[in-house]
Every structure is written in structure tokens, then in C-alpha cells.
Design a protein around this ligand. Sequence first.
Ligand code: ADP
Length: 165
Amino acid sequence: MERMAVYPGSFDPITNGHLDIIKRGLRFFDRLTVLVAYNPNKSGLFSVEERMELIRQVVGDDPRIRVDSFSGLLVNYVRDNGAQVILRGLRALSDFEYEFQMALINRRLNRDIETVFLMTGYKWFYTSSNLIKEAASHGGSVRGLVPEIVLQKLQAKYSTINGKG
Ligand code: ADP
């Protein structure tokens, strides 16, 4: 049986921390769906389509990786796509409580699905999409924390938003 996992997140935008989890996850799973999980009532910096496009560009054409988006109940997506595992990354202790709750509720909703956590690579301990956006919006350099293409898109977005574009 193929081992299939779903890696859900906002990915607004994808960072090197996310990429590290994707690469390491592929050592344990035959197939991985990177899922842009979104709330239709909340808009991010990048649209869902832009986020998916950035993920596609960054992961390249690896046949083991699929990029998709979804706004419903995660365990239903995982079940309907024939996967058994939800993959998540853990950074600081502050991630833990939220992730613990999510893992427990998802397990309660579907006992056949397990959440598997990978500890962050130490280089990405403080890398979050929110901090990256915050720094980039004020002109701070986030080079090295996000892939080059994401860096360019962030700069383009903020130069438009800040009226310089
Ligand atoms: P963020 O918290 O950066 O906004 P997401 O909501 O897209 O990111 O997160 C999706 C998943 O990826 C979560 O499990 C989150 O803990 C994990 N993740 C995000 N950034 C990192 C990182 N730097 N190292 C490890 N895991 C991460």
C-alpha cells in the first residue's frame, strides 16, 4: 500500500521551513499533497491560486508531490484522497498546544487518520509566514528564509501595497 500524507497549512507564502518539512516528509511517505487550507471569509496576502502557484514553482515537478487547496473539514479531504496521515511541523513550544488540540480533534473526527509531526530544522525555528510578511512589509530582508521566487513576489507585493509599484 502506498503511504500517502497530506501537509495542510496556509502557506501564505511558502517558506524554507515548510520546504524542509516537505523534503523530510518525503523520506517517509510515497506521496505528499501540499494542501493550501483556507477560510473563504479570510483573505491572505497572496490569493489561494498565487500560493499554490508558488508552491508548485518551489517544489518543481516531483511526481510524488501534489498541490491542492481546500476549505472544508480536513479529515474528510484526507479520507477522500486516500491518505492516512496529516503531516505537520513543530517549531517552538507555542506551536505545541494548538497542534495538540488539532491532532486530538482530528483523531476524534476520524480514528483512521493519524497526525505525524516533524520537528523544525534548527535553521527554521523562528521562520513563520507571518514574521516573514511583517519583516518584508517594512522593507526588511528575508533572503535565505524563503525561496528566491517567494522573495521576489514578496517584494513586488509590498512595493505595490506601499505605493511604490
Ligand atoms: P505559518 O505558521 O508559518 O503561518 P502554516 O499555517 O502555513 O504556517 O503552517 C503549516 C504547517 O507548517 C504547521 O504545522 C506549521 O507548524 C508548520 N511550519 C510552518 N513553518 C515551519 C517551520 N519554520 N518549521 C517547521 N514547521 C513549520
